[in-house]
Ligand binder design. Structure first.
Ligand code: ZN
Length: 264
């Protein structure tokens, strides 16, 4: 197995060198390659325009409408994506359909890298969601495990819910016109925020989820203290990734250990 990590615009939120080091260490002699960008720097303007059009077409226009096909984007939306693809913008306010985004990212993976038993993990600060048939709306996601897998830093910050009291107090602050910074400070440590120094450490757990998905087809674990726990709350995420006192449950330590031996 070989693992390739791609930076698709993480805005310096992650220390990807450290993540690559950790992944290599966790998996024995597996080869980990870190690529600075997903979209090659030498793409022609025509190819960039084509990717920009496709990515803009993956934008969710209405969170209560399931996208059945890629959308026909507006001129301004395509221009926005061109600026992102050429590194002129790191903006991340748009929500994309995770599945459509994945299929565009998949095309960008160089043909010579698309070998069997090669795991591709893309880091981005783009926000993406998946359609929830039960609630009839899109839900923000931290990650999508597939070929390739995508991990969103904005998703890690925004998708798992913050403590309930936070939302109650936030409303009170807003109605009183108080500065929300003080509120964030009083919840310090209880959720991951932008420019949070814990983000790199937390993301390592999501990388291992992608690896375990590749190995077993199931990225998640029921154990609240295992880094494969599928956290829907920030406090659960912080517990699983940082505070439980162990990294993985016995079963997953074993799966990772075996994968390491096979690589060694
Ligand atoms: Zn586990």
């Amino acid at each position: 197995m070989k693992i390739i990590l791609y930076d698709e615009g993480t805005s310096g939120e992650l220390d990807l060198t450290e993540i690559a080091r950790y992944t290599g260490k966790k998996l024995g002699k597996v080869e980990v390659e870190l690529r600075e960008s997903l979209f090659a720097a030498d793409l022609s303007p025509e190819i960039i325009a084509e990717y920009a059009r496709k990515i803009a077409g993956a934008k969710v226009q209405d969170v209560s409408q399931r996208m059945e096909a890629a959308q026909e984007p507006l001129y301004g939306e395509v221009e926005f994506e061109k600026r992102r693809l050429t590194g002129k913008s790191r903006a991340f306010g748009v929500l994309y359909d995770g599945g459509w985004l994945r299929s565009v990212f998949s095309e960008a993976i160089p043909a010579e890298k698309r070998q069997l038993d090669c795991l591709h993990i893309i880091f981005t600060n783009r926000m993406f969601g998946s359609w929830d048939d039960h609630n009839k709306r899109y839900h923000l996601r931290t990650s999508l495990y597939s070929v390739p897998s995508i991990i969103s830093t904005t998703g890690i910050i925004e998708a798992p819910a913050r403590p309930r009291e936070y939302y109650v107090l936030k409303q009170q602050y807003q109605s009183l016109g108080k500065d929300p910074t003080a509120l964030k400070e009083s919840f310090q440590g209880r959720f991951i925020d932008y420019e949070d120094e814990r983000l790199t450490e937390v993301t390592k757990g999501y990388v291992v989820q992608a690896v375990v998905y590749h190995l077993t087809g199931d990225p998640f674990c029921e154990d609240r203290g295992c880094r494969l726990y599928n956290a829907h709350w920030q406090e659960d995420l912080i517990y699983a990734q940082l505070e439980s006192g162990y990294e993985f449950c016995t079963r997953h330590e074993e799966i990772l250990g075996k994968a390491g031996e096979n690589n060694g």
